[in-house]
Design a protein around this ligand. Structure first.
Ligand code: TRP
Length: 452
């Protein structure tokens, strides 16, 4: 097999993995999911899912990827000692990440448009204007489609330039910058009049709103945000070095990812309550809330508001890009290595499929109302299907696989780096992937489908 792309530094690949995790899932999806499900109570369940199911799930994918050093499908096959049926979990991951990339690109395209609009100063006006701006833009017959396609093509470009030049270099600088900016905007948002109601919404749980559906949404959001359940982490871990501490890396990335999600909540809800946007506004939530923050919170310093708005959308676009790259890479690595194609050609296959999907998704929430499946727009359907069914299924199968199928000595050696780290945690990890993770996912599924 030809040499695989590699990352220049240990820090680079860990940052790239964090870059995959941190994206629109944190800044866009987390707030609207929390808003839709009652705020604080959802967040408590979300924390539970990250700790109990997310971290062990990440470690499992890391083990499979690093041990086999190959693409998603082959990794499962090889580490199972050559059982062909386990390739299917890899295929499931490739399919899931392709669907996610399809609708994710639509939202990333909205961000690109907002970057452009804030540069041009088109987003200034009162709360009604901002709401109307989003509605008329997102239902425009071709504009949002073009932005989505543009976003996929940008992803494609980075992917064909190779892992090292593309993904790694970009991740190092801009991620820390995003964090700093988020903190700044949180402060601005919390200083708006009436903002404290939003903070309360995030911090005071009302468990009467919690049902089985909320639990599944929290689980889906946790997996989505950690990039878990599609062999994405497995693909990235195939570039990890032998002495990376898998458990520690998973913990650090999960912590950072959750921290950014909470910051995003603290950025959106105080402002939403202040300007009168309903917390359950759905996917449009950040787009109809944020422009108000940039104008109102910086009312006395309009230039600062203008610059911060532009910087914010630019960094959001970048965060989305490091995530779309990771989704794209799963399929590109697979097609290149399994079909023996040049990386460039392999990347085109994924790019074209995603472009078609993105066009459908974008039209379904705008110009073409009739693009529905099971009573939902194609876009909402893809989101629901992946986050609430395919990701949990992928994580469930991976957990059973690592707990019961893979040689446990191998699992031990990978987790502990041949007995040098985390030795005491092996039993706990093993118990968790054998019993806790599969059982919890199963129970949540059964509950959702009315069996329990
Ligand atoms: N985690 C990313 C986010 O929060 C999205 C993402 C990237 C993803 N790769 C993935 C989600 C693989 C599921 C599977 O924006």
């Amino acid at each position: 097999m030809k040499a695989r792309g590699n990352f220049a530094s240990k820090l680079g690949i860990i940052l790239a993995t964090a870059g995959s995790a941190v994206g629109l899932g944190n800044v866009w999806r987390f707030p609207f999911m929390a808003g839709h499900n009652g705020g604080a109570a959802f967040i408590v369940l979300y924390f539970g899912c990250i700790l109990l199911l997310g971290i062990p799930g990440m470690v499992s994918e890391f083990i499979i990827g690093r041990h086999s050093q190959s693409n998603a499908a082959r990794a499962y096959y090889e580490i199972s000692g050559g059982q062909r049926r386990w390739r299917l979990v890899g295929y499931l991951g490739i399919l899931t990440s392709t669907i996610i990339l399809g609708f994710y690109a639509v939202v990333a395209g909205w961000c690109l448009q907002y970057l452009f609009a804030s540069l041009m100063g088109h987003l200034s006006g009162d709360a009604d204007y901002v709401l109307h701006y989003f509605q008329s833009f997102s239902s425009h017959p071709w504009k949002p489609v073009l932005w989505a396609v543009a976003f996929i093509l940008i992803t494609h470009l980075v992917i064909v330039r190779g892992v090292q030049n593309g993904i790694e270099r970009a991740s190092k600088l801009l991620m820390p910058l995003l964090l700093v900016l988020l903190v700044l905007i949180v402060i601005a948002s919390c200083s708006l009049p009436g903002a404290m109601a939003g903070v309360e919404f995030l911090l005071k749980p009302d468990f009467s709103k919690v049902s089985g559906g909320v639990l599944l949404e929290a689980l889906g959001q946790a997996f989505f945000s950690l990039s878990l359940g599609t062999a994405c982490l497995c693909t990235y871990a195939s570039y990890f070095s032998r002495d990376t501490n898998l458990l520690k890396s998973a913990g650090q990335i999960a912590f950072l990812d959750t921290f950014i999600a909470i910051l995003s909540g603290l950025m959106i809800f105080p402002a939403a309550f202040s300007v009168g946007v309903e917390p359950d506004a759905g996917p449009s939530l950040i787009f109809i809330t944020l422009p108000n923050v940039f104008q109102q919170a910086f009312g006395h310093l309009p230039l600062l508001g203008y610059v911060i708005g532009i910087l914010f959308y630019a960094l959001l676009v970048f965060a989305a890009l490091t995530s779309t790259i990771s989704m794209h890479e799963i399929s590109t690595a697979f097609f290149a290595e399994e079909l023996n194609l040049q990386r460039k050609k392999a990347a085109w296959i994924e790019t074209l499929v995603c472009i078609l999907l993105a066009i459908g998704c974008s039209l379904s929430v705008g110009a073409v109302d009739s693009l529905t499946l099971f009573g939902q727009s194609l876009m909402d359907f893809c989101d629901m299907l992946t986050a609430q069914i395919m990701l949990p299924l992928g994580a469930f199968l991976t957990s059973l696989f690592i707990g019961w199928v893979v040689d446990q000595r191998l699992v031990h050696d990978e987790l502990t780096n041949q007995g040098t780290v985390a030795e005491g945690l092996f039993r706990a990890y093993q118990f968790s992937v054998r019993y806790i993770v599969p059982l919890c996912i199963l129970l949540i599924f059964l509950h959702q489908f009315g069996v329990l």
